[in-house]
Design a protein around this ligand. Structure first.
Ligand code: SDX
Length: 379
């Protein structure tokens, strides 16, 4: 009875085009990434997260006045309801990604437009979530330490405010700029697992909070967003650059994966990685801990032969060390990825809504042949 008709199975939907998008273009062979036609190399370090979020959400780079208005709307939505703070308190000992998933889900109860799936309302909700998610992440970080959450700044940039809410200390302009670049690099990336998940939820005409909650769940897995946390764990286990080659050899010999390497789409280097590589080099010098850049370089050298098989560094390889050097706890690394990705999830949910179709692929049946039911007395 197994499905025998002539079918081609695409496990993981690898290489399958399931819809069109006008948002992000990825050329995996060339290692090219465009947001609304603008190259990531032109945006990283020159644009900022607010401007890039506007570009993704509205499709065009903003004028000065448009950016000022958008920035004001982001700043005006940084607070979260006390009821959600209470929920964060109740689940404070869970992993930060689970707390984020729970809190975003709860936020729908306090969003007046939660059930409005129009493009305009979804965009407004996406802007609110873009500002509320950083507050949820850092409020939890303080609450789990028994501290009061740091109230969001009304003036600092998105990236600077995120770091400020960690401990009430304003970051240096350089530290804030590198965090901002990290958010720009993570803002969207086509139909990655979490964006696909969000689209599948939107495909049933559920709402943005449902889709983002599901996307957060997908992102939390180590094969996707969880890699940055695991790269830092790997770097700590390696300890010194001279240990890297043997560590990688042993890991691969045991069938393991080197975190921060490989990608379902890129067969050339992930174009985002270079913008964080330079950040790690400078930051590890500034912090007087150059060994971390040395360890990552040695891992890259040990993995060089895999380049011939299309296995190169991805965006997560350097991100984790940047967060570590900024004193951010490991288990906040994946939530940082989510902070950057809210605009991307929002715009992809809007695209799904605008030409909506239920996403329902097929499974090839390989189970038992049809058989008769046996009463329990006969088993
Ligand atoms: C992100 O999709 C996106 O766009 C995601 C993302 C985004 O912005 O949203 O770019 C962010 O998730 C980046 C990826 C972060 N994850 C990691 O760094 C985890 C480590 N990477 C691997 O688990 C893996 O590379 C994946 C999951 C990312 C992609 O795996 P695929 O496409 O399913 O490829 P595969 O598992 O079939 O591997 C193909 C071959 C295998 O060798 P063979 O069995 O054919 O001999 O490549 C090998 C794998 O063993 N391989 C690796 C490897 N990744 C693939 N070998 C060692 N180390 C690795 N990291």
């Amino acid at each position: 009875m197994a499905t025998t008709e002539d079918i081609t199975l695409h496990r993981g939907l690898s290489g399958v085009y399931f819809d069109r998008t006008e948002t992000t273009f990825i050329d995996g062979k060339e290692g090219k990434l465009l947001y609304r036609g603008y190259n990531i190399h032109d945006l990283a370090g020159v644009s900022n997260f607010e401007e890039t979020s506007y570009l993704l959400m509205y499709g065009e780079l903003p004028t000065g006045a448009q950016l000022a208005d958008f920035d004001a709307r982001l700043k005006a939505n940084r607070n979260i309801p006390s009821e959600v703070m209470g929920i964060i308190h109740a689940v404070k000992d869970d992993h930060p990604m689970s707390v984020l998933r729970t809190a975003v889900s709860a936020m729908s109860a306090f969003d007046p437009e939660s059930e409005d799936n129009s493009s305009e309302a979804t965009l407004r909700k996406g802007i609110r979530l873009t500002s509320q998610v950083p507050t949820i992440v850092m409020a939890h970080h303080n609450i789990r330490q028994g501290k009061e959450p740091v109230p969001p700044s009304e003036t600092l940039s998105h990236a600077a405010n995120f770091l400020y809410m960690m401990d009430g200390e304003e970051p240096t302009p350089e530290t804030a700029a590198l965090m901002d670049t990290d958010f720009v690099l993570h803002a969207d990336h086509g139909s990655n697992a979490s964006a696909f998940t969000a689209r599948a939820v939107a495909g049933t005409n559920a709402d943005l909070h449902d889709a983002v909650t599901a996307g957060i769940g997908a992102l939390s897995g180590p094969s996707h967003g969880g890699a940055a946390e695991n790269v830092m764990t790997m770097a700590l286990e390696i300890g010194e650059a001279e240990n890297a080659e043997q560590y990688v050899k042993d890991l691969l010999a045991g069938g393991g994966r080197v975190m921060g390497f490989g990608h379902r789409v890129y067969r050339a280097e992930d174009p985002r990685a270079r913008h964080l590589r330079e950040g790690v080099r400078k930051l590890s010098e500034e912090k007087g801990e150059p060994k971390w850049y040395g360890i990552l370089e040695s891992v890259q050298n040990a993995m060089a032969p895999y380049g011939r098989r299309g296995i190169h560094v991805n965006v997560d390889f350097f991100a984790g060390v940047i967060y570590y050097l900024n004193g951010i706890p490991h288990d906040l690394f994946v939530p940082i990825f989510a902070v950057g990705r809210i605009p991307g999830w929002t715009v992809q949910v809007i695209e799904q809504f605008e030409h909506n179709i239920l996403i329902r692929p097929l499974l090839q049946y390989a189970g038992p042949e049809e058989r008769s039911y046996k009463p329990i007395t006969d088993r």
